[in-house]
Write a protein that binds this ligand. Sequence first.
Ligand code: SF4
Length: 347
Amino acid sequence: MKNIKMQIQKGLDKGKKTFQFDNEHDQTKPAEWWFQNIPEGLVLFVVFYTQACRWGRCLGCNLSSKSTANHVDYKAIVSQIDYLFDLEIIQKKRSQIRKVIVSNNGSVLDQETFSSTALMYLMVKLNLTFPRLSTLCIETRPEYVEIEELEFLRRSLNEGDTPTKLELAIGFEAFDSRIRNKVFMKGLSLNTFENFVEKVARYKYDIKCYFMQKPVPGMTDKEAISDVKSGIDYFSRLAEYHDININMHLNPTFVAKGTALAEAFYRGEYKPPSLLDVIISALYSENKKLSLFIGLADEGLAVDNGSHINDTNIEMIETIEQFNRTQSYAILREVLWANLVPVELYS
Ligand code: SF4
């Protein structure tokens, strides 16, 4: 346990993080949870409160500020699961829920921070509670994904009332290896990622890759668009080759409090990407073997003015939400026309 704490602290030191952990949160309640709508129905997104991500150093990430430095044992996580499933609203909507996304602001498949017993218990509760569950999405770093776990999850999901697919959601963040690993400090090689894809492809499960537009200072807006396009090409090739579904979850980078990105922002060395630029990038995924979702949440973690997702962009945000629901590229194109963006930038 002490070793894990040391690993967490080492990561935060390397990433020059200045935020504090949330050590005071009630260990018997999840960190947070909310509903989302997708064309298929209702999504339940739950973030369990556990020990922080062991990697911890990624440049713009302050997710650990919603976790604790201390070990959270399986009994506490089981209590969080019970708390969630006993909520009246969950019971009321149980037959509407088609997808559950499970996060702990780190890696759910890292057994050091998310207990295996608690994961097994969660699977039992999911099967018992949601009769129409079609997708279970688990957030994790790819190196924690083991064939044995996929096999166990497959068997458990097969026992549910309805066919349920697994989706593994990982943070990829940037295509350029130097930016991803040297500047952003993601610690993710293409080799590790491709090994992960191979494991998941054996089961024909889905993959979601979180990707950031303009994740670091020193990138021009044009370079940021070009990096997303390279990511789209790369994921499409892999999806084609393995015949699996890959979803790019494209997040316009926001400036997270207590990070090195925030320092750069205050020094005037970083500006978040505009939503128009994000739309230009997203349009590139049209007719590719890939689905794309544009992330619109900063979960209250951004510094003031550190995000383009704000009240001044309401119309564009509504359009993006509509795109997320429908995957209609025509509506994205209309926004670019209306804003007089030269066609050569996105055709
Ligand atoms: S982005 Fe993910 S892997 Fe990186 S520090 Fe944050 S939670 Fe950990």
